[in-house]
Design a protein around this ligand. Sequence first.
Ligand code: MN
Length: 310
Amino acid sequence: MSDSEAAPVDVLTPRDVPLGGPRSMTVRRTLPQRTRSLIGAWCFADHYGPDDVARSGGMEVPPHPHTGLQTVSWLFSGEIEHRDSLGSHAYVRPGELNLMTGGHGISHSEVSTARTTVLHGVQLWVALPGEHLHAERDFQHHVPEPVRTDGSQIRVFLGTLAGTSSPVRTFTPLLGAEITLEPHATLTLAVDAGFEHGVLVDQGRVRVADTSLNPAELGYVPTGADTLTLVNESDVTARTILLGGTPFEEEIVMWWNFIGRDHEDIARAREDWMKELGGPRFGEVPGYDGAPLPAPELPSVPLKPRARAR
Ligand code: MN
């Protein structure tokens, strides 16, 4: 099948999740969920704001660990100060990719800055394939040049789309882009038919194939389509995040901030983190004023792999 318009689109609706902390902000989580764990290697999607930080408290996430994944921070508004155990100290700003790799182990803190009045963006995770599960710590920053077409603007932060490519290396074939559409604009994109895609709507109402997506919904498009058509059905500028990748065939176990292949991987990572809260596996986060986050208790039953695609 090469006709994207015929492909059925699954609508994944978000659930509200508090990010933690005493004055915690709430995020809308569309991945993972019971019916779908991954889109390509994208395994986690949190969408938040626009939040008035004077009311929400903003983002204040103390040092915490990661394994087996990459984190992508992408903002529409506001600013986040990132520090990690690689020694990176960066400001995450709208339209700028910040990709952190935590294979074997990394820790980082994320705090919205005092300059921030409105915080609005996404936090995404990419699962690492087995052969790179223990990849070294890494942090990359990239500011994509926007591609403007008739009625749309595209910022490709990972992969290739609309004749432009991100130089940022990924461990599996992956696509990540912000696309804005003027009111009632239509955009048809050539895409890789071997990729599955997800369209996360931030604002506006966007039709993908025959399915209309409301803000905060994530539309899943299976492999087999070599074009993807987005239609802004609303009277406002629509904004979406387009995710894509080749289906991720490995089973993964995800718990708290860790990804592994089995319960033991996770239990070991948790133990290593709790032993020293900043020991050699995860490192310390220089410059953060406060204590690292302890891990929650492991459930009493063994962790099971996430369901793979149907
Ligand atoms: Mn994190």
